[in-house]
Structure formats: structure tokens, C-alpha cells
Design a protein around this ligand. Structure first.
Ligand code: HEC
Length: 93
């Protein structure tokens, strides 16, 4: 890999603790393509919350302008609940 450009492009939080949305699992590509449009993953990976709370969060992002269809919303919620749910694994991943 070519570290300097890549690290700058991905943002400093990557250096500070690997704050990246979990990839390589169902829904990951969609979530990464939609949820990293306006901000980095840090907001998301620090949270552990119920599906209902993620619904509120995602709906808020949609109100803020996230281009997420009802079908995509379901897939993203499955992903968020599985990996960042209230009973999810501890730690940033
Ligand atoms: C249209 C732009 C946009 C998109 C797309 C977006 N967000 Fe956000 N998000 C924001 C803004 C604006 C904030 C508040 C300012 C900040 O902290 O960056 C925010 C903040 C957050 C926060 C912190 C809590 C809060 O409400 O301030 C979380 C969690 C979050 N976003 C999750 C997500 C998730 C999950 C997705 C994908 C479903 C997503 N965001 C997609 C705009 C967006």
C-alpha cells in the first residue's frame, strides 16, 4: 500500500484506532457507500444501540439528506443492528 496518500484520504481516525465500518459482511458495501457520504465512520462505530434506536438514527440521516430508499434502509438497519447493536461485540469493530 502507499501509506501517506491512502491514510490522508481515509482520514486521521484510521490512525487513531481503526474507526472503520465493518466490511466483508452482508450489507457492508451498501452501508459504507451511504453512511460515509457526509462523515466518517467514527460516529457510527462508537455507538451500540438497539434496532429501534438505529431506526431513529437512520431516519434522522435521511432527513438530513442521506439518499437511502426504504429497501436500502432495511438492509442498512440489519447491518447496523448486527454489528453495532446493543448486544454487539465490544470494541470498535
Ligand atoms: C446527507 C449527509 C449524511 C449521510 C448520508 C449520513 N449522515 Fe450521519 N450525520 C450527518 C450530519 C450532518 C451529522 C451531524 C454532524 C456531524 O457530527 O458530522 C451526522 C451525525 C451522525 C451520527 C452522530 C449522532 C448525530 O445524530 O449527530 C451518527 C450516529 C450518524 N450520523 C450515523 C449515520 C449512519 C448510520 C448513516 C448511514 C445510514 C449516516 N449517518 C449517513 C449527515 C449524514
Amino acid at each position: 500500500m502507499r501509506p501517506p496518500a491512502l491514510i490522508l484520504a481515509l482520514g486521521f481516525p484510521l490512525l487513531a484506532g481503526g474507526e472503520e465500518l465493518k466490511s466483508g459482511v452482508p450489507g457492508a458495501e451498501l452501508a459504507r457507500s451511504k453512511c460515509l457520504l457526509c462523515h466518517e465512520a467514527g460516529h457510527i462505530v462508537r455507538l451500540r444501540q438497539s434496532r429501534a434506536a438505529w431506526e431513529d438514527t437512520v431516519d434522522l440521516m435521511i432527513r438530513r439528506g442521506a439518499p437511502i430508499s426504504p429497501e436500502e434502509r432495511g438492509i442498512i438497519l440489519d447491518y447496523l443492528t448486527a454489528h453495532y447493536g446493543e448486544n454487539g461485540p465490544a470494541g470498535p469493530r
